[in-house]
Ligand binder design. Structure first.
Ligand code: HEC
Length: 153
């Protein structure tokens, strides 16, 4: 390889690393501290009792949401409402280098909403309780859309 080709290659490698770093850009110190706590938690979810299709969605989640940070970040985060997850999945989709398409995003959202309704039930309930009745009904309908056996508390 020529010298300039080597130089070009190292520039490309550095660029690729930059594109997909967990560069916590534009996030304040309090958020960074909160995120650091999430990252220290468990990196996987026991999905053995989840429906098969949700287990498939979990595989997509693990593959796509562990590129820049480990899956511990979403697994231990404070998000639980469907609208919180759709906002964050979109935010992550739009990060440079994320490579998350619409079909994957839908699967990931479905997993996260299902998972929150099972594993983070009390967090979810406390968030639902703070909503105005119409907003609450809307979030409950979105949970039921991914989890037909969901019964509002
Ligand atoms: C291209 C890199 C990249 C990918 C892929 C990625 N993330 Fe992130 N994620 C980040 C960065 C950078 C931050 C910290 C700054 C921020 O919140 O924007 C972050 C932060 C987070 C947070 C913490 C936000 C907070 O404020 O509490 C959650 C939750 C999260 N990601 C979930 C996900 C999920 C779910 C996926 C898969 C859909 C995903 N991430 C994929 C880069 C990525």
């Amino acid at each position: 390889m020529t010298k300039s080709a080597t130089a070009l290659l190292s520039v490309l490698v550095l660029a690729a690393a930059g594109v997909c770093s967990a560069a916590d850009d534009g996030v304040d110190a309090a958020t960074l501290a909160r995120i650091a706590q999430y990252d220290k938690g468990p990196t996987s979810v026991d999905v053995s009792r989840y429906p098969k299709v949700i287990q498939g969605d979990y595989r997509t989640f693990r593959q796509k949401c562990s590129v820049c940070h480990t899956p511990a970040r979403p697994i231990n985060s404070d998000f639980a409402l469907p609208d919180e997850w759709s906002r964050y999945v979109k935010r992550m989709m739009h990060k440079p280098g994320s490579m998350i398409g619409a079909v994957d995003a839908k699967r990931i959202y479905t997993f996260l909403v299902h998972d929150a309704s099972v594993r983070r039930e009390s967090l979810l309930e406390s968030k639902l309780a703070l909503l105005a009745p119409a907003d609450r009904a809307e979030q409950e309908a979105k949970i039921a859309a991914v989890r037909p056996d969901y019964r509002a508390p």
